[in-house]
Write a protein that binds this ligand. Structure first.
Ligand code: ZN
Length: 126
């Protein structure tokens, strides 16, 4: 069953959602309707430690606050914890590297998000 766990950035909730295909766009957050949900990497390959890791992250207020504030290091740290040390998807590697240096390649992330969600038409800012 293609069910994945997501973490909603704006409202900070976790949702388990159905996704028809691995590569298709993540569904909107069922709580706030936002489309800034992030799929939690390797949720099912981590077995019972996954829940512990997740709760550890959510109990880390600095980390969650940083994530909500789009803090690059917090986002990178979150991804690293959620992946359990596994490599991130290739298309995110460069983004992750930049985030770990404390940069927030917002345009790149936004571009990638559009690619992944198939959404466009938002006002382009340069
Ligand atoms: Zn939400």
């Amino acid at each position: 069953m293609p069910i994945y766990e997501y973490w909603c950035v704006p409202c900070g909730r976790k949702a388990t959602l159905y996704q028809p295909k691995y590569s298709s766009a993540p569904p909107p957050c069922p709580y706030c309707g936002g489309n800034q949900v992030r799929r939690m990497f390797s949720a099912f390959s981590m077995h019972k430690t996954h829940k512990d890791v997740y709760e550890d992250i959510l109990s880390d207020r600095d980390l969650t606050r940083g994530m909500l504030g789009n803090d690059a290091r917090a986002l990178a740290e979150w991804n690293r914890r959620m992946s359990g040390g596994e490599k991130v998807a290739p298309e995110y590697e460069e983004i992750m590297e930049r985030m770990e240096r404390g940069e927030l390649p917002a345009e790149q992330i936004e571009e990638k998000r559009r690619d992944l969600t198939g959404q466009g038409g938002e006002t382009k800012r340069s």
